[in-house]
Design a protein around this ligand. Structure first.
Ligand code: BTN
Length: 248
């Protein structure tokens, strides 16, 4: 796989830069990475703490022609593949927490923010941004985030080679994209999902714009939406939200 690559020492947000690049007619696939971000963005309008060097801030930029209904599954697949790569490289207990957090021992290591422009029912522009906590010592991170997050170097007890790791993740991500577009990912999706799904059979709380919902995770549907059975035995589908494991 080949792709263009742009690196910025500092930028507002690699996802925002990706939007500008797409508006300028950039070639795709394109990977945009930065040493740090001044306006890193997370899911649900949150901020992504990006001041520290030593972490990965990058965005994959694609122009696929996917039906919008396949976007959730695409994001899950990319998350699973990036999780598998980190797992292979470090033998760390990494799991994917639906929809797109990478967690280890219940703490967040990485997050994914997918943004798309949809035209006449096709996804034209697709930006998959990925922030991975690697070598940051987290000393100047807000206390509330330090409670819930960790870094790969903390997990391994040693500083890691961010360039080598970044290159491996880019390769894996581009291959994963190709496999999704040509359909060959189908044969691997279920085994990856069962291996890395952090929520398998767990009792959780899903928080979405309607409020909190408690139940037991049963899996995902064809589109990648989460299926949860509540205590009256009814299974419902959740398209978006934050999942909290009971007891952590
Ligand atoms: C989340 O867990 O809320 C998603 C976080 C995504 C952060 C990455 S860092 C690179 C890219 N640029 C951004 O502004 N956000 C994503």
């Amino acid at each position: 796989v080949t792709a263009d690559f742009r690196f910025y020492k500092s930028i507002d947000s690699t996802n925002t830069e990706a939007e500008r690049a797409l508006a300028d007619g950039c070639p795709t696939p394109l990977v945009i990475a930065a040493g740090h971000q001044t306006k890193g963005r997370g899911r649900l309008g949150r901020e992504w703490f990006s001041e520290d060097p030593g972490n990965i801030y990058m965005s994959f930029v694609f122009r696929p022609h996917l039906a919008p209904s396949r976007m959730q599954r695409f994001t899950l697949w990319m998350g699973l593949e990036l999780c598998a790569e980190l797992h292979d490289q470090f033998d760390a207990p990494l799991m994917l927490k639906w929809p797109n957090d990478l967690v280890a021992n219940g703490k967040k290591v990485a997050g994914i923010l997918t943004e798309a422009r949809i035209d006449s029912d096709q996804t034209r522009d697709l930006v998959l941004g990925c922030g991975i906590n690697i070598n940051s010592n987290m000393d100047n991170w807000p206390e509330e985030i330090r409670q819930r997050a960790t870094t790969l170097s903390q997990l391994k007890g040693t500083a890691l080679d961010i360039n080598q790791l970044g290159a491996a993740l880019i390769r894996r991500g581009l291959n994963a994209y190709d496999a999704f577009v040509d359909g060959s990912y189908e044969k691997d999706f279920d085994s990856r999902w069962h291996r890395f799904n952090a929520l398998e059979g767990q009792t959780v709380t899903i928080t979405d714009h309607h409020g909190d919902h408690i139940g037991t995770i049963e899996g995902i549907d064809e589109a990648g939406a989460l299926l949860m059975r509540d205590k009256s035995g009814i299974t419902k589908t959740y398209q978006a939200g934050d999942v909290t494991l009971s007891g952590g």
